[in-house]
Design a binder for this molecule. Sequence first.
Ligand code: NCD
Ligand code: ZN
Length: 352
Amino acid sequence: MSNSPTKIELTQPDDWHLHIRDGEVMKDVLADTARQFARAIIMPNLKPPVTTVDLAKAYQSRIEANLKLLGVTDFKPLMTLYLTDNTSADEVRKAKDAGIAAFKLYPAGATTNSDAGVSDLKHCYAAIEAMQAVGMPLLVHGEVTSADIDIFDREAVFIDTVLEPLRKQFPDLKIVFEHITTKQAAHYVRDAATAGKNTIAATITPQHLLMNRNAIFAGGIRPHNYCLPVLKREEHRVALLKAATSGNSRFFLGTDSAPHAKGTKEAACGCAGCYSAFNALGLYAEAFESVGKLDKLEGFASFFGPDFYSLPRNSKKITLAKQTQNIPMELPLGDATIVPLRAGETIAWSLV
Ligand code: NCD
Ligand code: ZN
């Protein structure tokens, strides 16, 4: 494939990190994702969080009901459970038998709806031991939470103080370092020794490939570019783009599309999360094209995720075309509206 095509055909991608919330708003956001992706890892940070197999099954039924309302028959939600200080080894084994795709670690207080998160990983050792034994992936929000650590350093400190000790203690545990934002994380995942066992990977969002932290402060405060982990310096964006486009199978697509109603973002204490689902693939295509690596998009978007999760690759094909898409200022979100990433601007690529 030439590196400046105007059309590319890809095996249909999956989104390995997605928030679709619950209730009234779910249908609106699910439609955007289901238009582009075959499957998505559904994050469990609802209020209250999805902590048990029974809660996940009930959530899955609500998702399926919404897919039915949308007339979508070819999208599969991959359910996850929210790890807490009280998650038992039994629940992990039950989850494995029930086809739950993964557990998610939120350090308590790290991000949106993470109050029930883990206060000390030591409380979870029995559950993590069981995950390692049954081959259940642990997805980590990789930031420390102490108020005395600078917000721009929280991911790098997490690697040294939490992730590396965790991997030493549980060398066969499958870990996805979610939505990485720093060169430290990109290099850590790239260089991690795994004895050939495929035990670590990372997801990367479109916003972290396309923007640096200046985007939060461009001419005034830009709440719709605020997410967690927060955007970092340009050198980090460059390192992430290099990792994503390197063809290394440890890096794959996870949008972290995280819808919040307009009013809760444009507020004195605005919520964290970017809504990228509207044309996520277009955003990724733009990022890959910017470094002449469109030929590496299919591996990142469609192959390396299912390979890591030991799931089959999709067979359907999709086409992206270099066709400018205007992004609306707002989209419906239940009774409210949401401001998508790039609102009022354009994205160079769209799904045909
Ligand atoms: C996510 C959300 O809103 O649920 N927010 C975000 O900024 N990414 C939570 C998360 O993934 O950290
Ligand atoms: Zn997320």
